[in-house]
Design a protein around this ligand. Structure first.
Ligand SMILES: [Zn+2]
Length: 270
């Protein structure tokens, strides 16, 4: 497996240096993630796939991964577009592309996508987003991880927008069981030791959970107050993200019956 790395040309506060997309194969090229439709990304795809594009696989419907789909469709109308449906979707169109003419083919856990370099197995790995897919190339033990892993950083669990920490941790466990040799993420460098990063993530979340439980034990009960306790000197711009993380922890603990909620107050279950 030797995919071409194509940058989506979309650096920004939410995407860091911008998104990586990956082009697999020569005869029937498959693109992993659609970027945002930047002209230089489209030109890079055209240069890397002179015979045209066969399929576009989208890891999840966050805009930096899917919003380029209409532009790609306009330039390569024969390409098939595939993703997992967002839970609220009933029609045949993905979020962010409702006005486009894209007819999505829905993938599910266990689907197989054929490429020139062998089959990709599709894993449904919710947590960061409810529709998140991870693509596994067993031949080279390569995992296309979208936003599930980012080297040198943790991953946002947007608790108010379909994120679930419990689901995320289960998804990481599944990824670990594959024993991947490398992971190709949408952000940041290639992850050469995915297992080590996953272990670090699990440890980090466990430490945060202890902090959240500690705050609750001291009688701190709202998301805002718990966030201020755990992240005492956070820049204002980062507070919303920290709140999402605290809420994600509380929802996980609620699911386990360890905390309960009354309006916006959270308490330890006694
Ligand atoms: Zn995302």
């Amino acid at each position: 497996m030797n995919p071409k790395f194509l940058h989506a040309a979309n650096p920004g506060p939410m995407t860091g240096g911008g998104n990586w997309t990956y082009l697999i194969g020569d005869r029937n090229p498959v693109l992993v993630d659609a970027g945002v439709g930047h002209a230089s990304h489209l030109d890079a795809i055209a240069a890397a796939a002179p015979r045209g594009l066969s399929q576009v696989l989208v890891t999840h419907a966050h805009s930096d991964h899917v919003s380029g789909a209409p532009a790609i469709h306009a330039r390569w109308p024969a390409a098939q577009f595939k993703k997992y449906p967002w839970p609220s979707e009933t029609g045949n169109r993905g979020p962010g592309t409702r006005d486009s003419e894209i007819a999505w083919t829905w993938l599910e856990d266990g689907s197989i996508v054929e490429t020139d370099e062998g089959p990709l197995s599709v894993l449904h790995t919710p947590g960061h987003a409810p529709d998140h897919l991870t693509f596994w190339h067993a031949g080279s033990r390569t995992l296309f991880v979208g936003d599930m892993l980012v080297q040198g950083s943790t991953v946002v669990i947007p608790a108010t927008h379909g994120g679930s920490l419990a689901a995320y941790l289960r998804s990481l466990e599944r990824m670990l069981l594959l024993n991947p040799a490398r992971a190709l993420p949408a952000h940041g460098p290639v992850i050469e030791d995915p297992a080590a990063l996953i272990h670090k993530y699990v440890e980090h979340r466990a430490e945060r959970e202890v902090q959240v439980l500690g705050a609750l034990a001291e009688g701190t009960s709202t998301v805002d107050a718990i966030t201020a306790t755990i992240y005492p000197s956070l820049m204002a711009a980062l507070v919303p993200m920290a709140r999402e993380s605290v809420l994600a922890h509380l929802q996980k603990l609620e699911g386990e019956g360890r905390v309960s909620r009354d309006g916006d107050r959270w308490t330890l279950t006694t």
